[in-house]
Design a protein around this ligand. Structure first.
Ligand code: MN
Ligand code: MN
Length: 320
């Protein structure tokens, strides 16, 4: 094909909101053997083999990418162009083993470490929340002393399932603290609510020193302000990681997820809290538990794309 012809065809098939090969927010794809530093990488982890209720989050990355076609890069609220000053790429999806979570966890760690070696902050599209553990293991090697900000309906501090499974999407925070990957006193959870097995269920969280902003607290201006101020005091200028389990949002705004809990955050409340965390040194984050089979009109996928972009904005500000 003649050169002119080729460039004309490339132009005809360029990335727009509805055309081109779908990458997150129309980002270029990361070719792993290409040289050069990377500032920000969006990485899909289509793994959902460790859920306790409804599966389907393995299809989350694709759904979020599909919904991200209309994402625009300038945040009017945070006054930052997310990708303008960053060499940002869509790194595609990790080919994780759905039948062997130990191997999947190794693959996840290898993928995160590879991107860290390239210099990238990583925004992960999940996947169920069990992937948080291998992500944090790898991330804490490069960034010890992490502060973890978690949006979630669930504390994810269970010890094990009824069948004795110690690694699933409801145990990842507990395992991370047990393994010393993150200190309990550096864990901040927002949106925790609903019925649990018993009052003792929260003993681990209390003893570990996890701080929780429940739904009453979200709606109490003073409690919310104190909580957010405490995050800043504890984090200081140290590295911060934001994990966003989409079930932290009320199912009216995020029906497409495996373990929905009513009475949660609105999309605005969550995004407003995220924006108030600007200036903290965010070095990575994830949006997990988007399960498109239970979604309607791409409500949850669209939210997932917006949340990933907000995390990108926080990272972009931190890297300025
Ligand atoms: Mn959850
Ligand atoms: Mn969770």
């Amino acid at each position: 094909m003649a050169k002119d012809d080729e460039s004309h065809f490339n132009h005809l098939t360029s990335q727009t909101a509805i055309a081109g090969i779908r990458t997150f927010s129309r980002l270029p794809t990361l070719v792993s053997d290409e040289n050069g530093d990377v500032d920000l990488a969006v990485l899909g982890i289509p793994f959902d083999s460790l859920v306790t209720f409804r599966p389907g989050a393995r299809l989350g990355p694709n759904a979020i990418r599909q919904a991200s076609g209309l994402c625009r890069n300038y945040s009017q609220q945070m006054e930052v162009d997310v990708f303008d000053r960053l060499r940002a790429f869509d790194a595609g999806d990790l080919a994780v083993n759905p039948f062997d979570f130990n191997e999947a966890f190794r693959q996840i760690g290898d993928g995160i470490r590879f991107l860290h070696r390239r210099g990238a902050s990583v925004v992960v599209l999940g996947g169920d929340h069990s992937i948080l553990l291998p992500i944090l293991r790898a991330t804490s090697e490069k960034y010890p002393g992490l502060t973890l900000v978690q949006f979630d309906a669930h504390s994810d501090t269970s010890d094990e399932s009824a069948s004795g499974q110690r690694f699933h999407h409801g145990t990842s925070v507990r395992r991370a603290i047990d393994e010393g990957v993150v200190e309990g006193s550096r864990v901040f959870q927002i949106g925790i609510r609903g019925f649990i097995e018993s009052a003792e269920y929260n003993d681990f969280s209390r003893q570990a020193g996890i701080r929780v902003l429940g739904m009453q607290g979200v709606h109490n201006d003073r409690e919310r302000a104190v909580f957010l101020e405490t995050i800043r005091e504890v984090a200081g200028d140290g590295p911060c990681y934001l994990t966003f389990d989409v079930d932290g949002i009320d199912p009216a705004f995020a029906p497409g997820t495996g373990t929905p809990v009513v009475g949660g955050l609105t999309s605005f409340e969550a995004i407003d809290i995220m924006r108030s965390l600007r200036g903290l040194r965010f070095i990575g984050g994830d949006v997990v538990e988007v399960a498109p089979a239970y979604d309607h009109s791409e409500i949850t996928a669209l939210l997932g794309a917006a949340l990933a972009l907000e995390i990108g904005a926080l990272i972009s500000i931190a890297r300025q």
